[in-house]
Ligand binder design. Sequence first.
Ligand code: AMP
Ligand code: ZN
Length: 474
Amino acid sequence: MALKIYNTLSKKKEEFKPINPGKVGMYVCGPTVYYYIHIGNLRAYTLPDVLRRYLEYLGYEVRMIKNITDVGHLTQDDLLQGDTGEDKILKKALAEKKTPEEIAHFYEEYFHATEKEMNILPAHYFPRATAHIPQMIRITEGLIKKGCAYEKNGNVFFDVTKFADYGKLSGNTLKNLKVGARLEEHPDKKNPWDFALWLKAPKEHLLKWESPWSLGYPGWHIECTAMSTEYLGDTLDIHTGGEDNIFPHHEAEVAQTECYTGTKFVNFWVHTRHLLVDGKKMSKSKGNSYRLEDIKEKGYSSMELRIALLSSHYRSPMNFTWQIMDQAKSNLETLNNFYARLMNHEVKLNEKLSNLTTENYRQKFEEAMNDDLNAPKALAVILRLINDGNKLMDENLLGNSGEVKKFLETALKTFGIKPDVLEVPEKVKTLAEKRKSARDGKDFKKSDELREKIEKLGFTIEDLKDNNYIVKKK
Ligand code: AMP
Ligand code: ZN
C-alpha cells in the first residue's frame, strides 16, 4: 500500500507521488520571530517533521525549507505597547536599545533551541524573509508586467480578479467572498479582497527597503512565494502550515505564484488543525498559552510533549490537557522500560522459545502511517508490540529480541522519539549483579542492604517476573 496524504487542494486523500522520482521538496511555513513559539506552533512543526521522517523511512531523499518571518510590520509604537508588551525580554531589549533585527534573532535562536529539544529535524535551510527582498521585488515587478498587479501611491496590490482560480484552495472564491469575508481595508485597493505585495512605509516604520515604487516593505504572502520557489523550484511537492494559514496566506501564495510562473505551485497542501488548550484558543491574556518551558516546569519532558502531540491525528483539532501529558508520560515510561529490557535481554535456550513476528507489526505500522500519517494508530501498534514482547520476556520465551529491538528503533525514529537509555555507572551495575546473586541464594538481608547502597547512588531496581531486573533512576 502506498502513502496517501489528505490534500487541502483536492479535499481528499491522494496517493503521494513526487515530481522527481525518489526526491521530495517540502516547504514549511515557519515562525514569525517576534515572540516565543508555543506548543500550538510545535504541533504545526511536528507534523511536517513526522511526514519527512516517514518519507525518509520509505526511501525518499527529502529537502525541507522552513522560512523565518522576520519582516514584522513593526513600528516603534508596536514595540512599546503592542501585544509583546508583557514580555520582559523585549522590554529589556528596548531598554538596551536593541534593534528589531536583534530581537528577531533572539526569538529565532529560541525557536531553533526549542525545535532541537523537541527532536524536530532541522530543515536543510532556514531562509530569512529580510534576506530575500530583491527576489520579492523581482516577482512583484513580474506580476505588474503580466497585468496581475497594480501600483498606486507607492503601494502594490495583487488584483485577485486576474486569477480565475482564486479560491481553489480555501473555497473563498470571489463569489463566496462577496458574501462577507473580513478583509484588510486600504484606500488604494481596487477590490477589497486584493492583497498587498508592497507597501509604502510610514515614517515610524522600522524596517524598510528601497524599491521601484517606494521606500517600503513587502506584504506578508510574497515572502513565501519568493523563498519557496528560490530553493525548491516553481512547483513544490509539499507545502505545509497550520489551518489558519489556508486563508488568506496560502490562497494568496497560490494566486501570485501561479500568475507569475504560469504553472502549478504546489502538488500537496498539508494543513495541521489547531491545538486548543482546555477547549479554548491559546492566548496570553487567558493565561492558557504554553511554551515548552511551562510544560517542563510542570514536570514533563520534551519527549513526553512530543508523544502527546502525536497522540491525536494532525487533521483533528487537538485539545491539550494535563491528562494527555500524564498518558504520554506513562507511554514513554513503558517504552523506555521495554527498550532497556530488550537491551539487556539474553535469549536463554529453551525449547519453547517463540519469535515475535515483527513483520506483522511492521505491516500494521505502515498501514497506519500510509493512511494519511495516522501516528496515533501507528503508536498503538508499537504499544501492542511492547505488551506482547513483555509477556514473552516475563516467561523467558522471547527468541528474537535483537530483531524486535531493530524494528522498534526504526519505528521510533519515524516518530522522532528517542528512548531514554539510562547510563548506569559500573559501580551500580556491579552492586545490582551482587544483589541478584544474593536474591538467587535467598539471602534477602544482604539483597536489601545492596538495594539501599544502590539507592544511595541515585538508582533503584525493579525486579521482573523472569527473575531479571531493570536498573532505573531513583
Ligand atoms: P506564526 O508564527 O503565528 O506564523 O505560526 C507559525 C505556524 O504555527 C503556522 O503554521 C501557524 O498556522 C501554526 N499555528 C499557530 N497557532 C497554532 C495552534 N494553536 N495550533 C496549531 N498550529 C498553530
Ligand atoms: Zn508562509
